[in-house]
Design a protein around this ligand. Structure first.
Ligand code: ATP
Length: 258
């Protein structure tokens, strides 16, 4: 059985003369957590944005659930995108809405649910990510960084997505909050069965949650494989990244945990 959910072939992305991706190939498989890493500016966020429809691609093809995105009508494309949950790196919540309203918003916009029912589901999603019912009425500004990330995750899960896109979800969190977020992600993936496209710089996250890791370098995916195979790849950036001081610390921590 073909377990491919997203299949990217010969993708090209550019901004003017700045070619960000060229001949980039990558797959995301059913139920997996795929970590996407690479140096700053290598195009991890642009890749995410082109899959979720925020950046038109310049060449190549992206197939999602077997459908070629660039051949779909606007309505068909919207139906595909409804199966995505996205957590962006920067401020994922509306500051003028409380948490319950923030999470209910996609439900009100994309389903025939009444506001009351949407807010009821929003409270269930808050519980799912480990937030106390009393948090429902709080405004984003009153929350810790870890709580904001959890609430943003609850919003990304509002429409029960099949694919979750996370852009550096643990950036800016202290190590304990980051580790709790990683565990939450694993628990939810196991319970709900979605697959995850996870852009991260966090080595601990790679070691803790990712089934496979894709390295973007020189405008393409250099390697996409298990962490052990990626770390053993003969490439200067990969060797520096995985076997430099931070990489060694993350390996050590992962070994201690098993
Ligand atoms: N809207 C845009 N207009 C012009 N250039 C852009 C735009 N968005 C991204 N770029 C360029 O695309 C390249 C890749 O950017 P991107 O944000 O995807 O990198 P990244 O790998 O996610 O980096 P980081 O790890 O620092 O977040 C960069 O050269 C960036 O300047």
């Amino acid at each position: 059985m073909d377990d491919t959910v997203i299949d990217i072939e010969r993708l090209e992305n550019r901004f003017g003369t700045n070619v960000v991706h060229q001949d980039l190939n990558l797959t995301l498989k059913h139920g997996e957590i795929l970590g996407v890493v690479g140096g700053s500016g290598t195009g991890k966020s642009v890749l995410l944005r082109s899959i979720v429809g925020l950046k038109p691609i310049d060449a190549g093809e992206i197939r999602v659930f077997g459908q070629r995105l660039n051949t779909l009508s606007a309505a068909q494309r919207a139906a595909v995108e409804r199966r995505f949950g996205v957590l962006f790196q920067q401020g994922a919540l509306y500051s003028s809405l409380n948490l319950e309203e923030n999470i209910a918003l996609p439900l009100v916009e994309h389903t025939p649910l009444s506001r009351q029912d949407a807010e009821h589901i929003a409270r269930m999603k808050l519980a799912l990510v480990g937030l106390n019912p009393s948090a429902a009425q709080q405004m984003p500004a009153a929350l810790s960084g870890g709580m904001v990330k959890r609430a943003a995750l609850a919003r990304a899960l509002a429409l029960d997505p099949d694919v979750l896109f996370l852009d550096e979800p643990t950036a800016g969190l202290d190590p304990i909050s980051a580790a709790k977020f990683d565990q939450l992600l694993l628990t939810l993936r196991d319970a709900l069965g979605f697959c995850v496209f996870l852009v991260t710089h966090d080595l601990d996250t790679l070691y803790t949650v990712c089934d496979r890791v894709a390295v973007i370098s020189q405008k393409r995916v250099l390697v996409a494989d298990t962490l052990a195979n990626v770390a053993a790849t003969d490439d200067a950036w990969i060797q520096d990244y995985f076997h430099g001081p931070r990489g060694r610390a993350a390996t050590h921590a992962a070994q201690e945990a098993t």
